[in-house]
Ligand binder design. Sequence first.
Ligand SMILES: C[S@@+](CC[C@H](N)C(=O)[O-])C[C@H]1O[C@@H](n2cnc3c(N)ncnc32)[C@H](O)[C@@H]1O
Length: 242
Amino acid sequence: MRMRKKPRGKERLSVLSALTVSTPANGGRVSFNFEKELPLRLEIGCGKGDFIRGLSRQETGYNYLAMERCADVAVIAMEKYAMDRGLGRPHPQGGWEAPDGTVYKDTPWDIPLDMRGNVRFMPMEAGGLTDYFEGGIFESIYANFSDPWPKKGHARRRLTHPDFLERYLYLLRPNGYFRFKTDNADLFAYSLEMLEQSPFKVTFVTHDLHSSERAAENIMTEYERNFTAKGFPIHMVEARKE
Ligand SMILES: C[S@@+](CC[C@H](N)C(=O)[O-])C[C@H]1O[C@@H](n2cnc3c(N)ncnc32)[C@H](O)[C@@H]1O
């Protein structure tokens, strides 16, 4: 995703670190805590977070992790989520202004657990997924409008390359599912072929999501809104771990 560098990006991320998940300094598994123990869902490449905000409000019986490798983009997703949850707003002179008027600038705000909601943000690269988490931890994994990497030599970077599918299979619990949507017909054809050749069972396919039986429950992403406005149909596939 191309964007202008946001000023104070690192500071903004650390002030709301109660909403983030990070790996321990010496590597190893990530640690996170939620108010309630609920089935866990993962979105990879959450962008500015419209999808995870919408889904976490629509389907409240889950905890959510939103992974985004670009920290400057993850910050935007996290701040939009915090504002949406009534946790305050960015202060015009820097830092974060909590609802009680306190401005947190140099020290993180230890947001009470019951105010944090059911989403945490991970400014991380998905390539390390199986180092970060133990097997069978996720109920579902979502990837939306991920980068197509059209050159053959870059195929391994696609989030539906067999190496990534193998990681998802390890991380999903039995009957857990992977859901992928895109406007890109070539990437979709590739992804479908890779899923069909994998141990996943493809359970739903559409080449026009917005006219399909899943339209009513669909949560639009930033890219989805953009491509839909330009008239592109949206493809979606869901595949289950048997
Ligand atoms: C094209 S944008 C789509 C954003 C959002 N999902 C949407 O649909 O509007 C893809 C996003 O995925 C992130 N991304 C791509 N590959 C990734 C990876 N391997 N790990 C984590 N994030 C990744 C990019 O930084 C970018 O923000």
